[in-house]
Design a protein around this ligand. Sequence first.
Ligand code: PEP
Ligand code: MG
Length: 613
Amino acid sequence: MMIDFDSENQRSDSRKKNGEIILKARAVSRGVAIGKVVCLHGRKRQFYRINISSSQIEREIRRFHAAVLLAKRQLKKIGTLNLQINKDNKPSIFDAQLSMLEDKSLLSKIEKKIDKEKVNAEWAVKIVMDSYVANIKSIADEHFRERYVDLEDVADRILTALGGAAKSSIKLEKDSIIVAREVKPSTLIELTESNPKAIITERGGWTSHTFILARELNLPAVTGIKGILRRIQTGEDVIVDGYTGQIILTPTSETRQTFKLAANKFQQIKTDDSEIRKGKLKTLDGKEITIRANVDLPKGYARAKRFGAQGIGLYRSEFLFNQYKGFPGEHEQVESYRKIAELCGNDGVRIRTFDLTVEQLTDESAEKEPNPALGLRGIRLGLSHKKQFRTQLRALLQAAAGNKIDIVLPMISDVSEILKTKEILEKEKSFLKKRKINFGNPRIGAMIEVPAAIFIVEEIAREVDFLSLGTNDLVQYLLAVDRDNESVADWFRTLHPAVLRAIKKVVLSAEENKIPLIICGEMAGSPVYAAILIGLGAQELSMNLNSIQRVRKIISGVAFEETQEITNQLLKCKSADEAENSVHDFFIKKWSHLFSTDFLPPKKSDKFKRLSA
Ligand code: PEP
Ligand code: MG
């Protein structure tokens, strides 16, 4: 459970009042926005309806043709491979799919849709293909009925092709509010070019990468609306309150007026850098704390620095995949790492090697792993896809020449993973040396985010130069609760005694081994949790740039001694309930001037009162 964005009792019930529909969701990124709904469809590739002008029709039809051509080429290639493997001449499903792509009446229906209804190619493909699928499904003959799977496959292939080489440059309308079952981080990056105002989804947890990104972009977001695409339609007026989790569909002019003030105020806060706190950050009793930034979009670092961030504590290098639409080459990587390191100067940047799943590293058509969170991801993927891993390490070594770059290894669960990486690094250094290419000597750090790493943290600490604690995954794996799954959000309990005791163990181990520890999960950027982390002994926190000012304010307003008092209590708690109640009471008693009760965990007794009210 997330305290910062009070998630208690935020069920997706709705009620009507003056034609307004009010939905209750879970707030995951602050802010208020008023706009018009744009629904996103599709799983692999997300798309939406856009109304185009007459002058754009021809270009859209050309895009559609290019996508069909690309899809045909891909199918032919797969068909030939299939032939080589199976060595028979029977027509395959690929032939059936190819003939669908050559079906003149289907293609012309899609063209007509673009032309007559003036919509983007993606939308026309979806509507026409959906109607074909529905027709096939209604056929009595079972053999024919099954062919809808091929049609869906073909639709998916065209849509993917439209999102790749033939990508649209058409923008969303002004003040669009994105509504989707879930939004992928890559889709969100693409959409930011159109400057959307907010996001509403059915799925996704507080620590999912999409919402981490939304907070970085200062984009209000709410989640947890079941059956979202049946309940909210493109074009509807909507208000999103990312503080309370409220959504108001078709608001009256009175309601609009009330929220307009809040939305304007949010826009001001969003762009207001005037109240900047710089210089050394200390608690009231003089304990110094370093704040670094989690930056994925380089342009964010300039702002983070103005807020007082000392370098980048976590650079998620896999975000380059969004920028380069796939695996970035060695040269592109060297340039990107160099650029970010130069921005950080002496404060340095900690670049984490690709923390991806196999599906993301290879291509979208790769077979989906049954359980990607426990699958081939992070360091495991690097060590089993050596070519790409070597390329990345070589790029990092080159960018580190004359720059302060540290390398962070994700998902470490065994010391051997660190040793193997060090070996590869040495080999790549000699490779570069032989070719007289300059390189640096980055420090190596391990992400502590898998429960096994907690139990062997002393051994890990002896092999690395620093530790990086990823609380997002640590909570996920320690409590066996999917961080991306909204329906188990109530089990994502950051104050669970197991989580706090694990963090304490890592802090002590870093101290004993005299190596730095940085905490870089979302916990570090929440004012309530940041105070608790300080009490547990954390001295370096890395967070989203939009959290820096809030966390600085809290740290400079509390005494280290007080933070220790509450964490000592928490470490003795028997359950998450007990810990949350203790935090509530302590914060109200000692720090009510710093924390609004809205951001504290509700007392369990209050919760029952509210539920029965
Ligand atoms: C974490 O797991 O806490 C972390 C910082 O990394 P990510 O959110 O990218 O998994
Ligand atoms: Mg992680």
